[in-house]
Design a protein around this ligand. Sequence first.
Ligand SMILES: [Zn+2]
Length: 289
Amino acid sequence: MRQGQAVANRASALRGAGALAACAGLALLAACSKPQPADNAPFANGEWVDLTHALGPETVFWPTDGDFVHEENFHGHTDGGWFYSSYDLRLPEHGGTHLDAPEHFAEGRETADEVPLSRLIAPAAVVDVSEAALADRDYLFTVEDLAAWEAGNGQLPAGSILLFRTGYDRYWPDRESYMGTALRGAEGVAALHFPGLSPDLAQFLVDEREVAAVGLDTPSLDYGQSADFRVHRILLAQNIPGFENVANLGALPAWGATVVALPAKVRDGSGAPLRIVAFVPEGTPPPAR
Ligand SMILES: [Zn+2]
């Protein structure tokens, strides 16, 4: 046992003795026999919010991509009498709730397995652009949208995960209303209509704010009608990853939540399925709408 460990064990033994002494004064000893949470337990007081769409046959992928495949290897009772189930799964990197690794649009930049945890686990700002975005499928978020958020919350601190809420997750998984079209292939790409960041805003984030990552509740950082994917190119070139098809941002406060966004660690991946959640500490002001 290392010395540090011995000290830690002694400290917890002392804490346990203290708890026992406190319990001795109570009649209900049974209630005291349960392990007590450590004084410094992280995420003790608050609520977890799931920001991830489940993967299934209905999952929305890019019009030129295939679908999610979940193929049964076995599901049932074995000859031995116990239940057993196992599947193969196969999916395009850029559909469902997923990570855009910098390598997606920036040659030689970080791949899915290389994105540092400091960009995936960080305090989150939620900029609510839903009013304009729901009124106009081609809406581009502006520097002014961020300025409006900063007017109420202060300048976006360096190292934050910046999330944009368009409200389009309400349409998931209906392709027509979520992406603007149910067509597949090149024809489908041309008919995409959903909101996204303006290139000016992306450039402002690179030049003036040190964001850890940028996410939103649509299929792409660039809006549906983009033909040159400038927002992707601007952000990913700086190793700023994207989180796309995020869900449930309406449940988060404008500021105060911590996001944990862990992608599958796919070696050389240009992206990866993402499990993204947020912790909202007790007492955080509710979403302002
Ligand atoms: Zn993507």
